[in-house]
Ligand binder design. Structure first.
Ligand code: GH3
Ligand code: MG
Ligand code: MG
Ligand code: MG
Ligand code: MG
Length: 337
């Protein structure tokens, strides 16, 4: 009877392994269908200061291993319900069991079983009856691997966390670099990226687009008469009024100062002129209230769309700019194409 033999082996006094992973004691799952054998094994492991749980059969072992995720598994081979190797194979297929250190306990150890066991994913062997010192020596090797494994997992987690932080920061910086802080609108850099994309789509697929440049009328007078803070509020209110007049994929960006650019995808010049007129009315009807200020401002708008006569993106933007200039010259608060 193997258990009886093991019990007679004199205890060699070595300091307990007392192994910990980080600040946690290492957990071992001990599995044997023979109660005497199991009790001996558990007593030995507890003396070595491990945190031990036990299972009396293969099915229970599998369930506990998946639930408790022990760092080490010491499993008997010959068991009636599910043998040791079947337990090991099932565990190695699971993500939890993939990194578990597994010691197989067996009475017989033929070459065939040895080959089959390593093939199934066993890390090491202990033959019953076990010598306490020999078992501890083998566990020591397992603990070393389990510690390395835990370190690998900690490092992986740290790297993933750092990567996530870095990505979040990059996204924030990217958003900030493309946003105007005063109005929250996309800024000039974004506008230039966007018209570049649209221009390429026009060249490739013939999809038309329009730009509407707009400039607040006599804005300097707002600053001069009511102060810079009121001027800022007028800029914010104008941004919102323009936005409210847009739909779908149309986008308004602040180019700088009191100048904005609206980009209308898929629009011909005549469609752009209609959008521009809608914007003009929206701004004209938007009364801005601020201490000492209670009126609407107006904008002058210049529309330019893609067509054969426009040789480049620069030419398109220049055309819209010149149309604004014309609108200013022809009395302001109007749209020119
Ligand atoms: P026009 O009808 O011909 O466009 O006249 P205008 O007074 O609007 O034109 P001008 O270009 O002379 O004035 C623009 C003013 O916008 C001058 C500048 O101080 C002001 N400005 C530019 N950026 C800001 C800003 O961020 N906040 C405020 N409050 N004012 C700004
Ligand atoms: Mg057995
Ligand atoms: Mg201006
Ligand atoms: Mg102006
Ligand atoms: Mg034109």
């Amino acid at each position: 009877e193997p258990a009886a033999v093991a019990a007679k082996v004199p205890v060699v006094k070595l300091p307990p392994l007392g192994a910990t992973l980080g600040d946690e004691r290492i957990r071992i799952l001990a599995v044997d269908d023979d109660p005497v054998s199991l009790r001996l094994l558990v007593r030995h492991l507890r003396a070595e200061r491990f945190e031990v749980s036990m299972a009396r059969g293969g099915k229970e072992a599998l369930k506990r291993a998946l639930q408790e995720k022990p760092a080490l598994l010491i499993v008997d081979h010959e068991m009636p319900d599910l043998n040791g190797l079947e337990v090991v194979r099932a565990l190695r297929r699971s993500s939890v069991g993939a990194s578990m250190y597994i010691l197989l306990l067996t009475g017989s150890h033929t070459n065939e079983l040895l080959v089959e066991a390593f093939d199934a994913g066993v890390d090491d062997f202990v033959t019953k009856p076990f010598l306490a010192t020999a078992l501890s020596a083998r566990i020591k090797a397992g603990v070393r691997i389990a510690k390395l494994q835990a370190k690998v997992e900690r490092d992986r987690k740290t790297i993933l966390e750092q990567l996530a932080d870095k990505n979040a920061l990059n996204r924030k910086l990217r958003t900030a670099s493309l946003t105007d802080p005063l109005t929250g609108l996309p800024n000039r850099r974004h506008a230039m990226n966007r018209v570049d994309v649209e221009w390429k789509a026009t060249e490739r697929n013939g999809i038309p687009f329009c730009v509407i440049m707009l400039d607040i009328d006599k804005f300097k007078a707002v600053n001069d008469n009511f102060g810079h803070d009121v001027g800022d509020e007028v800029l914010q209110a104008t941004a919102q009024a323009v936005k409210s007049a847009l739909r779908g994929e149309d986008e308004v960006c602040r180019l700088g100062g009191e100048e904005f650019l609206v980009i209308c995808r898929g629009a011909f010049e005549k469609d752009g002129a209609i959008v521009a007129e809608r914007i003009r009315q929206a701004v004209e009807n938007n009364v801005v209230k601020s201490p000492g200020f209670d009126r609407a401002v107006t904008v002058s708008l210049g529309v330019a769309g893609t067509h054969e006569g426009v040789p480049s993106l620069m030419a398109l933007l220049k055309a819209s700019d010149e149309a604004v200039y014309q609108a200013k010259n022809e009395g302001r608060n109007c749209v020119r194409v």
